[in-house]
Design a protein around this ligand. Structure first.
Ligand code: DAH
Length: 345
């Protein structure tokens, strides 16, 4: 009997080594350790043995059973590992292959100009705020000292918007960012220092230098004791930071209904340094923005006492900046959505 057990163990062990997968392993388990398996059949015969024999064979059989169970678990572990490795091999990808390139976006040249300009003013203590593109006549014209039927309205070609009959106000797409001067001052008391980037709209035939939608940045500073000197100093510093520290700046009188006095600021042409070239239209100067001291009438509108408070304002067209910088000769390229153009920036 003991011999039979040793044979069984040797048999089972060599059969176990021949199993190559988990299914075969289960068949092996049934054959040697199962309810109708070899070992069970030996154990069943214990009943017919003498006490001495039963003790010896019983102990040996249990030991073989224990050993075979151990061997089964070990085999199961290694077969599982092998199957995993094989399935990985079948489904694995070659991580050394080059991947698909990720399409990288970039900021639109107008967005970049807006960011750059706002950062310059932010570093000088100006807040950055935005306002509505659909505006009331009151903010776009009336409160800016441009009454109905005033010839100054001709300076802006306007998209009017139909408003309900019972609405006694006129609505339009803002023609400039200046209406935010009024909204800002209505909401706060001095000191006010803010820049307002945003889209503006004009009803006009488009050509290389005119679009019906473009961007402006408005600026406003109001406090006690602000003078034309502050306007010049602030805008001069701005021009130097944006266009180079050796820039010269020229201020000349201009007319805008909401400022008094009004000025236009130009910088010396950085290509010809004032001698005259194609970029500056042979004048040596490049006009950059309109500005002025906030008109006392405008201050009165928002209940700021013009005897106590003064301020300056300015407005500049954004598209003009990258056009000058990169030599872009058609404003319509900015919003034509031609990637060949946009990818250059
Ligand atoms: N809003 C003016 C325009 O669209 C530009 C402008 C000029 C704004 C003078 C100002 C200013 O704040 O002071 O033509």
């Amino acid at each position: 009997m003991l011999e039979e057990l040793q044979e069984l163990k040797a048999d089972a062990t060599s059969a176990l080594e021949k199993t190559t997968n988990l299914r075969e392993l289960d068949e092996w388990r049934v054959q040697y350790l199962g309810r109708k398996g070899h070992l069970t059949s030996i154990l069943r015969r214990l009943g017919s043995m003498s006490f001495e024999e039963r003790r010896a064979v019983g102990a040996a059989a249990n030991e073989v059973k224990f050993e075979l169970e151990e061997a089964l678990r070990a085999r199961e572990g290694s077969l599982k590992e092998r199957e995993l490795a094989e399935s990985l091999e079948r489904t694995s990808i070659d991580v050394t292959l080059p991947g698909y390139p990720v399409a990288l976006g970039r900021l639109h040249p107008v967005t970049r100009a807006i960011k750059e300009i706002c950062e310059i003013f932010a570093s000088m203590g100006f807040q950055v705020v935005e306002g509505p593109e659909v505006e009331w006549d009151y903010y776009n014209f009336e409160a800016l000292n441009i009454p109905q039927d005033h010839p100054a309205r001709d300076m802006w070609d306007t998209f009017w918007i139909d408003t309900p009959e019972d609405e006694h106000q006129l609505m339009l797409l803002r023609t400039h960012t200046s209406p935010m001067q009024i909204r800002l001052m209505e909401q706060t008391r001095p000191p006010v220092r803010a820049v307002v980037p945003g889209k503006v709209y004009r009803y006009e035939a488009t050509d290389a230098t005119h679009e019906s939608m473009f961007h402006q940045i408005e600026g406003l500073a109001v406090d006690q004791g602000i003078t034309l000197g502050d306007l010049k100093g602030t805008l001069f510093e701005f021009a130097r930071r944006l266009f180079g520290s050796d820039r010269k700046v020229r201020f000349r009188c201009d007319y805008f209904p909401f400022v008094e006095p009004g000025v236009e600021m130009a910088i010396d042409c950085w290509i010809c340094r004032g001698a005259g070239c194609r970029l500056c239209g042979h004048s040596g100067w490049i006009e950059i923005l309109g500005a002025g001291m906030v008109h006392p009438e405008v201050l009165r509108r928002v209940n700021y006492d013009p005897d106590i408070y003064t301020g300056f304002a300015f407005g500049l067209g954004v598209e003009r900046i990258p056009m000058l910088r990169y030599g872009i000769d058609d404003i319509r390229l900015f919003f034509g959505n031609d990637l060949r153009f946009l990818r250059q920036f």
